[in-house]
Write a protein that binds this ligand. Sequence first.
Ligand code: VGL
Ligand code: ZN
Length: 202
Amino acid sequence: MADVTEALIVIDIQNDFCPGGALAVAGGDEIIPRVNALMQELPVTVLTQDWHPEEHSSFAAIHAGCAPFQTIEMPYGPQTLWPVHCVQGSAGAAFHPGLSIDPADLILRKGFRAEVDSYSAFFENDHTTPTGLAGYLRERGITDLTFVGLALDYCVAWSAIDAARLGFRARVLEGACRAIDLAGSLAAARDAMRAAGVVLDK
Ligand code: VGL
Ligand code: ZN
């Protein structure tokens, strides 16, 4: 078999991150046709799915006196608080109906521990608890990763930065992403990605 070294990593294209969802990213659904086409071009596809328990610590609603989009200090560092989203088994946590699921080799769920969030597909927000994705990719001999999905400035950026730090070649196709852009988060994420050696592409 020819060596397969490339994978497409599709981050969190779920109903709650698309228009009408609990944490809607503007234009989130617009990227879906291109993402589906990319699955046909790249030999391996991994889909990630934000998958929170009902009382997840990233939800503003469980912190007295806190509002969504405010940042608080957690034992593992600063954490932005979000509206309740992507609750396990809910319609909002389901993949957008337009997204192709069948080409995926692996569907990786993340954020399922109540006490810690997980933006990155590789590590929880404590930056140390692995999801297992790096091991999966390495065992398959995959070295080159292309990231697309939602949201560019959170889960896509954190995933791509971790990938680069772990020694993968990491590329983000910005045209196949949309951002939340909270208080300069998009510009900061772009800077951090470039500094980590992530290639930003159209
Ligand atoms: C995300 C905020 C909270 C993301 C997930 O997929 O970018 N953002 N949970
Ligand atoms: Zn989340």
